[in-house]
Design a protein around this ligand. Sequence first.
Ligand code: HEC
Length: 141
Amino acid sequence: MNKKMLLTMLVLTLLLLLAACGGGGGDAAESGGDNAVGDAANGEKLYNQVTIGSASAPGCVTCHSMEPDVVLVGPSHAGLGNRAGSYKEGMSAEEYLRESIVDPDAHLVEGFTPGVMYQNYATELKASEVNDLIAFMTTVK
Ligand code: HEC
């Protein structure tokens, strides 16, 4: 084999390698980031789990009922999607719900004590799980 042929083969191999690597570039666009729009159906599943997150923390349903005025440990979530956007001026329903999960004591529902809602969801839930829960809760009318 002469030098020129070797060089041509080398270039072709490099081109093939480049083509193979370039194909799978869609990963970064997955729904993981903060503020990405979540999947409400998956959020409902997560919401109804008895335990949730990387440390198997108590799930939302262990403390929250969807029946109006039923207080388990936390307030009823009946109609949550209707009122979430009106608690704080300038805060959308999505923003309020995100804050309620990742920083539960930032806003306290009247009559409830700080520190009772589970405090570590921010680190134990994936960003996509938080987004999905938010998407579900905005549909609870
Ligand atoms: C250990 C009991 C407990 C668990 C588990 C719990 N919560 Fe709560 N939650 C509370 C309490 C108590 C409050 C009221 C105090 C406050 O506002 O932080 C509350 C308040 C909230 C509010 C504000 C409700 C409103 O009407 O403004 C939201 C939203 C919420 N929780 C979502 C969740 C979600 C989502 C989960 C599951 C990932 C969850 N909670 C798990 C006890 C809990």
